[in-house]
Design a protein around this ligand. Structure first.
Ligand code: 4AD
Ligand code: MG
Length: 433
């Protein structure tokens, strides 16, 4: 019996007989030899079945395999510098688990995006998707690592919430027993604000839901967000922390997932420049810059996707735009004491046209001002009673932010569309599979 090994460890088994448990994703054959392309979820290898040197039954089995047959293949590992995978397997035996009775729907030919999304459950097996999902895994691992290295505490925030969030228009609701409606969380921020008063520096990482009808390359209705909240942090402290976080994640992905970046053809040079400090420009400066570049924009307008791209192309690393007008931002943001028309906040805009990856601010810590703002934004004051309580008992200045995992992955991988940055994308027109 040969030892079962994973392809990611194959270099440790050169010259040995091993067993690979996986799938055949492609095959080239001549009358005398079959080249089986195998994958096992951790890597890829070419397996060689030669008529002259293999058992006749085994050769016949290889002949009968179709795409996506599940197989346990036994063979000897050989290093091969010419092979794209670096190693090959000289096959001794093949145990068939299943040969599909039909042709696999995804073939080598070009498929439209609609077809691929409808077959997302199968599309995941394609090489490019394999690499993207592994980069996503590394992004999330690095995110968690960073927070723990900075002694933050993970606080998991609820997904069912009462009528509380950023703004009422963008929530999904579900019937909740006798208590009326529950809303799917758009953010865990308000709960993290409660948690910092107990734990100082906290973070979460989980799914959030937005019922906004934005049909763009950057919007999902369900996306994963990492949020952080820090007691006693000013908006400046907050920005410094964000640039360290992003620099760390990008560095980590370059170190740990370079083979995956290379496999999807990502030019890593722009990523190598992503080192703190990042440029910071005020909203005022951003408006002037955009006007100079010919954007039809005046002070007070929001900075949309095209404008974000217009700003980002001026810089070689992420850029932080700070202190937006209060009326285009959320109710809880702290007004600037030097200019009450703007709030102490920042968005971080990714390079290469990927738009906002972080939304951040210092939060109002005065209870009366907070109540005033809740009313001004036409939100139900009763629902925010506990949130105001946080300002009644030992309030402190504090700041935090939310980082969109898929936006980050889309940028790091340089994807055309955010839907490939998450295993099963949820968009306005798609909830299946
Ligand atoms: O800017 P947003 O809306 O900020 C908040 O929700 C704050 N409560 C976060 C906080 O301060 N704790 O969202 C944060 C980030 C955005 O910068 C963007 O990266 C991502 O979440 N995001 C989306 N990603 C994909 N699809 C969508 N529809 C997104 N909406 C926001
Ligand atoms: Mg935002």
């Amino acid at each position: 019996m040969s030892q079962w090994v994973y392809l990611e460890d194959i270099s440790e088994h050169v010259g040995e007989d091993v067993e690979i448990r996986g799938w055949m994703f492609n095959k080239r054959s001549s009358g005398k030899i079959h080249f089986l392309q195998l994958r096992d979820g951790t890597g890829f290898i070419q397996a060689i079945v030669e008529k002259s040197s293999t058992d006749e039954e085994v050769f016949k089995t290889a002949d009968s395999l179709r795409m996506e047959s599940s197989v346990v293949v036994e063979g000897r590992v050989r290093e091969d510098k010419r092979s794209p995978y670096g190693y090959e397997l000289d096959v001794k035996n093949i145990e068939v688990i299943q040969i599909p009775s039909e042709d696999y729907p995804i073939s080598k030919k070009e498929h439209g995006i609609d077809f691929l999304m409808t077959n997302r459950h199968l599309w995941l097996r394609s090489k490019r998707q394999f690499h993207i999902l592994r980069i996503r895994d590394e992004v999330i691992r690095a995110t968690r690592e960073f927070y723990h290295s900075k002694k933050f505490v993970l606080v998991d925030t609820p997904i069912f919430t009462g009528a509380i969030g950023e703004s009422a228009g963008e929530t999904f609701s579900v019937k909740y027993f006798d208590l009326g409606k529950a809303y799917l969380a758009q953010t865990g921020q308000l709960y993290l604000e409660a948690a910092i008063m107990a734990l100082g520096k906290v973070f979460n990482l989980g799914p959030t839901f937005r019922a906004e009808k934005s049909k763009t390359r950057r919007h999902l209705t369900e996306f994963w967000m990492n949020e952080a909240e820090m007691a006693y942090y000013t908006s400046d402290d907050n920005m410094t922390f964000q640039e360290e976080l992003i620099s760390y994640i990008v560095k980590r992905v370059l170190e740990k997932a370079s083979e995956h970046l290379e496999a999807i053809g990502r030019d890593v040079k722009p990523l190598e420049k992503v080192k703190a400090p990042f440029p910071r420009i005020s909203y005022d400066e951003a408006v002037k810059l955009l006007q100079k570049k010919g954007f039809d924009m005046k002070w007070g307008d929001d900075i949309g996707g095209d404008e974000e791209t217009g700003i980002s192309v001026e810089f070689d690393r992420p850029v932080m735009v700070y202190n937006y007008p209060g009326n285009i931002k959320a109710f809880y943001m702290q007004p600037d004491p030097n200019n009450p028309k703007v709030v102490l906040c920042n968005d971080m805009i990714a390079p290469e046209g990927y738009g906002e990856i972080i939304g951040a601010s210092q939060r109002i810590h005065d209870p009366d001002l907070l109540i005033e703002k809740i009313k001004e934004f036409n939100l139900p004051v009763e629902s925010y009673d506990w949130y105001v309580d946080l300002r009644r008992y030992g309030t402190v200045p504090h700041s935090g932010f939310g980082m969109g995992i898929e936006r980050l992955v889309a940028w790091i991988c340089k994807l055309d569309h955010i839907r490939e940055a998450i295993p099963f994308a949820r968009t306005i027109y798609r909830i299946h599979p």
